[in-house]
Design a protein. Structure first.
Length: 402
């Protein structure tokens, strides 16, 4: 099964830049890298796959970048070699390794590499790599990919395509509700029972907290896990670090650092406020969303059916955020709120200066246009849309043309 990102990676192969694929653990980066390997083989291109989880390989490359040619042959055919490296962040100095080979053999070697922990990429991929790499993020499966993984390809074209035929709507709705509870980790999606899914998510939750703490050198791993749980409970809310510092008996600097690790490990996303004209608009505090709702629900140990959940509105808002992020880019998705708590869930900006606003309601009938008069008067050029369970999985998230 090919991920949505596969075609982007293949399209980038002819480029001189290093292709760097990042994402959380267990989202399928290694599988996708193997698929790139099979593509290059089919094109009769020389290709070599190295995993830096192999300690011998890692030690050899850490010793000297030139030791790469003890593992693979030097290029002799005139064709550029594909060198695929899994978990590049395990190198002591990945930027030095890749820069050396890029600068000395960019016409002979094409690197495609993966990295799990983005905080390693940030710290070790220094300015020397500027212009030499392009980063591709592999998220958990989206709803369309979930349907594909379950062999329901005939349903995929209807997701986000406007009105869905009644023949398919109930079935897509069932998978949509399931997605809000168990998320999109491939192993979870393919599990055969709810109990198996819960166990997989529990293992992911525990291993993530442990590995994040170890690899980031966090002094209080138990506080990190506690912050992950607090964040899980507050999706869609203003994330107030000052209040949390008091609640968790921790200092602001520590919590900010731990939140940063959560972001760079692809667990959470922080959405800034949109402000432009109104003096009372919020300027600083972000809203927080989880990258995977299954992991979020596991942290809270809550896998209740969607109809029994008090937080179902939050789950829907988180889903909409992920769709908007996919459609427009993370930096373009914001929320709007004033100091007297007038708010709109999302305002998404485009490079050409146009914007669109979205309010998320579990039930469409609870949307009251009169509540948003202040926003409409302040920003008459920004259309406001309501997204509810009635249209969330069929809503077309592309921007209206300017």
């Amino acid at each position: 099964m090919k991920r949505r990102l596969y075609s982007d990676l293949i399209e980038h192969l002819p480029k001189k830049q290093i292709t760097l694929m990042v994402g959380a653990r267990q989202v399928g980066k290694t599988t996708l890298l193997r698929q790139v390997q099979e593509f290059l083989k089919a094109e009769n291109q020389p290709v070599f796959f190295l995993s830096l989880e192999d300690r011998q390989t890692l030690a050899l490359l850490n010793e000297n970048p030139k030791n790469l040619f003890q593992l693979i042959p030097a290029a002799t055919t005139g064709k550029r070699m594909g060198v695929l490296i899994d978990e590049i962040q395990y190198l002591d100095n990945p930027s030095n390794f890749l820069k050396f080979h890029y600068d000395t053999a960019e016409d002979r070697i094409k690197f495609v590499v993966t990295g799990s922990s983005h905080f390693y990429i940030d710290q070790k991929f220094e300015d020397s790599m500027a212009g030499r790499k392009r980063i591709f993020e592999l998220p958990v499966l989206g709803l369309e990919e979930v349907l594909q993984f379950r062999g329901l390809d005939e349903l995929v074209p209807f997701v986000g395509a406007g009105q869905i035929p009644l023949l398919y709507k109930d079935e897509i709705m069932r998978h949509f509700y399931d997605y809000l509870i168990y998320g999109g980790y491939p192993e979870v999606v393919l599990a055969s029972s709810h109990s198996e899914r819960k166990e997989i998510l529990k293992e992911l939750r525990n291993s993530y907290a442990k590995k994040d703490a170890e690899e980031a050198g966090l002094q209080h791993p138990e506080l990190y896990l506690k912050l992950m749980k607090v964040a899980a409970d507050q999706i869609g809310d203003l994330f107030n670090i000052n209040a949390l510092a008091s609640e968790l008996s921790a200092d602001n600097k520590t919590l900010k650092n731990y939140l940063w690790v959560m972001q760079k490990s692809f667990h959470v996303h922080c959405t800034p406020p949109f402000h432009k004209r109104v003096a009372s608009e919020l300027r600083k505090m972000p809203k927080l969303f989880y990258a995977d709702l299954g992991l979020r629900n596991s942290l809270l140990n809550n896998f209740s059916p969607i109809g029994e959940r008090e937080d179902r509105g939050k789950l829907l808002e988180n889903y909409v955020y992920l769709r908007l992020k996919q459609a427009a880019g993370e930096e373009m998705v914001k929320y709007w709120r004033t100091q007297n708590r007038q708010e709109v869930d999302f305002v998404v900006q485009r490079d050409n200066g146009t914007s669109a606003a979205y309010e998320v309601k579990w039930r469409e009938e609870s949307f009251r246009p009169s509540k948003y008069t202040f926003f409409r008067e302040a920003y008459p050029e920004i259309p406001l849309n309501c997204i509810s369970t009635a249209n969330a999985f069929e809503f077309n998230f592309r921007f209206p043309e300017s």
